[in-house]
Design a protein around this ligand. Structure first.
Ligand SMILES: Nc1ncnc2c1ncn2[C@@H]1O[C@H](COP(=O)(O)OP(=O)(O)OP(=O)(O)O)[C@@H](O)[C@H]1O
Length: 244
């Protein structure tokens, strides 16, 4: 959830790639999930991770975020900040006794450490992330009292407060109504225009089709990468979502 040091040092020789992984495998104890993935994440662009339930999208995001360690392969980052990771809404306890503002402030812990007081710079980063997500007026509300869309925006604000140029989001629009979805999609598009590299796992094919690049996963294997037109063909989608 917080800024992590990348598991591998920045690789200055990466050109036109923000992240590159080669023959990357990862999983959980006794459960291999990702098998030998090789791909690159383009900088200053939106990349969509697409695939059926259980195909390994969250696991790949976790590896890119540095919260899951690869079991083999290579993962390299171009120069830039450590990634900011916005986990799935359901992965964050709704019953945590935290206000919306405290939740966003947690985004600064990576820079500040858990026990240090927030500086003015931290508070400014928190304020501006909350303004940008339209949740400034919800600051005093308990996280668990917020609607799904509001809670999602608070979690994205926590990611933005990290001020990273690499933002990883796990299904940021799942379960939201169309208006909330559009709002978040527009925000992510603006972030890319402002110089952020965004990677989102998504079930939303409209969001995936409007991304700059797609990685298509099935059963922990990468079965397509490239532009949405190249990857999200009717044949590929039929094959993975309606197996014979
Ligand atoms: N903490 C865990 N421990 C053990 N297995 C896990 C864990 N988290 C996920 N898995 C398993 O890893 C596989 C990939 O899960 P993952 O969450 O990465 O897929 P996903 O594509 O993000 O799925 P969804 O679209 O449902 O979110 C699944 O078989 C899942 O059951």
């Amino acid at each position: 959830m917080f800024n992590n040091n990348p598991p591998f040092p920045p690789a200055t020789e990466l050109r036109n790639e923000r992240v590159r992984f080669q023959r990357l495998s990862a999983g959980y104890p006794g459960r291999p999930v990702l098998h030998q993935l090789s791909a690159a994440i383009p900088p200053l662009a939106m990349t969509a991770l697409v695939g059926p339930n259980g195909s390994g999208k969250s696991t790949l995001l976790g590896v890119l975020a540095g919260v899951i360690t690869a079991t083999s392969g290579q993962l390299r980052y171009a120069e830039g900040s450590p990634p900011a990771f916005v986990p799935q809404r359901g992965a964050v306890g709704d019953t945590l006794p935290l206000t919306a503002r405290q939740t966003v402030e947690m985004g600064r812990w990576g820079q500040r450490g858990l026990w240090r007081r927030l500086t003015r710079t931290d508070r400014t980063a928190v304020d501006s992330a909350m303004e940008r997500l339209g949740v400034a007026d919800l600051g005093a509300r308990q996280l668990g009292e917020l609607s799904g869309g509001q809670r999602q925006r608070v979690l994205i604000a926590q990611g933005l407060a990290q001020q990273s140029d690499l933002l990883l989001l796990d299904e940021p629009t799942t379960g939201l109504d169309p208006e909330a979805r559009e709002r978040i999609t527009a925000l992510l598009t603006d972030l890319v225009a402002d110089g952020t590299t965004v990677v989102q796992a998504t079930h939303d094919l409209d969001a995936a089709r409007s991304a700059d690049a797609c990685l298509l996963l099935a059963d922990g294997r990468l079965i397509g990468q490239g532009s949405p037109e190249e990857v999200l063909t009717p044949e590929a989608l039929a094959r993975i979502w309606q197996p014979a």
